[in-house]
Design a protein around this ligand. Structure first.
Ligand code: SF4
Length: 367
């Protein structure tokens, strides 16, 4: 059984943003000064309330916008986390281009941050404005240059697929401009519209499944031509620079999550923290806790089939005390899904077609 000592990943959530994007459904709030310091103090208390391995493999500070903190707050946050980073393999911070100053980049270097995940979303300034982003594409170019000059050699850029007003030509342009910046990693997420967001209230419709699929096909072919490896449904990388932290989730491994609305997976349960900032500051952290049946392979299959690491036969046997192939190969054949799988000596995974219809394949497997 995994003990807290064996958990090698930590997620830290900074919920503050300088502006609220029209599509955003993440736990976030406007960066109101009076909340920030008490929040950081409470975050420290939450960290101290767990036994967290000082020998972590991955640490990921996400948001919100971690770089919306001012220099003093940012330095306080990084110093608070120093004790976990002595042997860190991957230390990522999410950043928005307009608030990723040279000063903050230098601080990150000093504290051992070795990966940046920058929210680009679109390379078209009119589109960026229409979704309430505060940066321009020139800001992205500027921070990429500064980060490279300071020695950051693992940078991920994010795009959103399906934003209103972006046609295929514009999408092509987005991808070409992104490729030109030579990021090590690219994430492309499809637009989802939630009722309570500005886009939801304005009743904006996202592209339908066929339209979205065409966008993915276009992106996948341009990134393939440029030498990027499609290693997860929405993620591409070069030189094997997969996101080690996100692989923790996709391999269904355990992790701590701290901060407003953060979730974690420890012992035999998954937990989610409160979304109420006042409660959080008062130290009422966990809102829900769900027991996970460790003999049920449901989550493991759903997550591991997202990546090209797929289902490792030995790992499956270790966790569920039976063979994956002996349990599922007959079913895969019967469902006529063999054409979506690639079988290697020690693991199997889905090809591009299979990844694009993961939900269907997964339902076929478990039904
Ligand atoms: S910056 Fe990120 S977290 Fe903040 S509102 Fe925009 S999408 Fe949401």
């Amino acid at each position: 059984m995994t003990t807290n000592k064996d958990i090698k990943s930590l997620y830290v959530h900074i919920p503050f943003c300088h502006s609220l994007c029209a599509y955003c459904d993440f736990p976030k709030l406007l960066a109101i000064k009076s909340f920030i310091h008490p929040y950081l103090l409470s975050l420290k208390k939450e960290l101290d309330s767990y036994y967290i391995n000082k020998d972590l493999d991955t640490l990921y500070i996400g948001g919100g916008t971690p770089t919306s903190l001012d220099d003093e707050e940012f330095s306080f946050l990084l110093s608070m986390l120093d004790e976990y980073t002595s042997n860190i393999k991957e230390y990522t911070i999410e950043a928005n281009p307009e608030s990723l100053s040279k000063n903050k980049l230098e601080m990150m270097k000093i504290h051992g941050v070795n990966r940046l995940s920058i929210g680009v979303e679109s390379t078209n300034d009119d589109i960026l404005k229409s979704i309430n982003r505060l940066h321009t594409f020139d800001d992205v170019k500027k921070v990429m240059k500064e980060a490279r000059n300071l020695g950051f050699d693992n940078i991920s850029l994010d795009l959103i697929l399906g934003l209103p007003g972006v046609n295929d030509e514009m999408l092509k342009e987005d991808i070409k401009r992104i490729i030109k910046l030579k990021p090590n990693h690219i994430s492309c997420y499809s637009l989802t519209i939630h009722d309570h967001t500005k886009m939801g209230i304005d009743r904006i419709e996202p592209p339908n499944d066929d339209e979205m699929r065409k966008k993915y096909d276009l992106v996948a072919s341009l990134l393939h031509e440029a030498g990027y490896q499609h290693y997860e449904i929405s993620n591409w990388c070069k030189d094997d620079k997969m996101s080690l932290h996100n692989l923790t989730y996709w391999k269904d491994e355990k992790y701590f999550g701290v901060g407003l609305g953060a979730s974690g997976y420890v012992n035999n349960y998954r937990y989610t923290n409160t979304l109420n900032i006042s409660e959080y500051i008062k130290g009422k952290y966990i809102q829900t806790k769900d027991n996970i049946d460790q003999d049920d392979d449901f989550e493991y299959l759903m997550l591991s089939l997202r990546t090209i690491l797929g289902v490792n036969y030995q790992e499956y046997q270790r966790r569920f005390h039976e063979g994956f192939l002996s349990k599922y190969l007959f079913k895969i054949k019967k469902n006529d899904d063999l054409k979506y799988f690639i079988f290697e000596k020690d693991h199997c995974y889905l090809n591009y077609e299979g990844m694009m219809i993961l939900d269907t394949i997964f339902l076929n497997l478990i039904s």
